[in-house]
Design a protein around this ligand. Sequence first.
Ligand code: OSB
Ligand code: MG
Length: 368
Amino acid sequence: MKIDLAVLRTVEMPLKFKFRTSFGETNVKKFLLLELRSGGLAGWGECVAEEDPFFSPETLDTARAILERNLLPLVLGRETAGPGAFDLLAARVRGNRMAKGAVETALWDLFARARGVSLSKALGGTRSSIEVGVSLGIAPTVEALVENVGRHVAQGYRRIKLKIEPGCDVERLRAVRGAFPSIVLTVDANAAYTLGDTPTLAAIDEFGLDYMEQPLHHEDIAAHAELARRIGTPICLDESIRSAADAKAAIALGACKVINVKIGRVGGHGEALAIHEAAAAAGIPLWCGGMLESGVGRAHNVAIASLAGFSKPGDTSSSSRYFEEDIVEPRLEATAGLMPVPAGPGTGVEVRAAILSRFTTGKREYRA
Ligand code: OSB
Ligand code: MG
């Protein structure tokens, strides 16, 4: 297919809640949205880079620059054989995975639409609905946290993940576990601890967590392997896994028993599939993480999470949890912790132009 036009928008959607993690706080979701057009068809990809390089080294501005200079020229005005062909061309560009992921996922959507198949099917998905959990930000008080957990448990979410940081950890877990003795519970530290915090991290063992996500430095897989020898709670990696090579190294070193796959963090569906294969070979379960995505990114997450290896509930909770209005139709909503996998062509959701234009704060068109 020949890509005639790329439209890169900056979109800002107000969040219904303030989301606080160990690395920052946000109440507006700001992101780049890429539309690739070929003839009468469009494929959509969401770039999950954030405004500041606090989760990932990429930002909106770096992603826009790399898209303009290095990535969009690889597809504009050219005959493109598919997302796999793009991955080969883009391999020369190092890092910048969230920028690559925007193009790559838009191509997956476009090519699936052209074939008239769902993205889930194109990727090899086997589920018609996926189990989902929620990721709850650091609350101002223990009471507010317990209330928030209770609300989401009542909505049927299959796993509750609590953001933690030094000083907001053991005491909060004791309160939540005391109030909800049997829920599937996890924590995510976003790299806020060091091996020096081993006593605190070991104290978390008593709460019977399914896993502890990214406790240590994002670039230190070996430190996670050391921590794994010191504590009982299984470790899940997020930030540290940027590729299938990282996943293989982490598994071989014993640094993780679970992997959170984020399509943008690893550079697209192709790399996510490679991680899926490596994890299956090692018997490591996966789940699909989230970056507070709009309906476009959310639909890509649901599609990859429909693969068999994504055997744990992910972070892809209902769109209405985050946003008053979403830019796609139908909205992706979970009932009793189950989210249906769209069966229509491509992502199975359609972007609503009128709503999108209200949230669009920047727009640029690129032609060959
Ligand atoms: O670490 O998983 C994370 C959001 C932004 C950046 C990093 C993370 C998250 C979440 C939110 O946990 C998941 C979601 O609800 O989309
Ligand atoms: Mg995480």
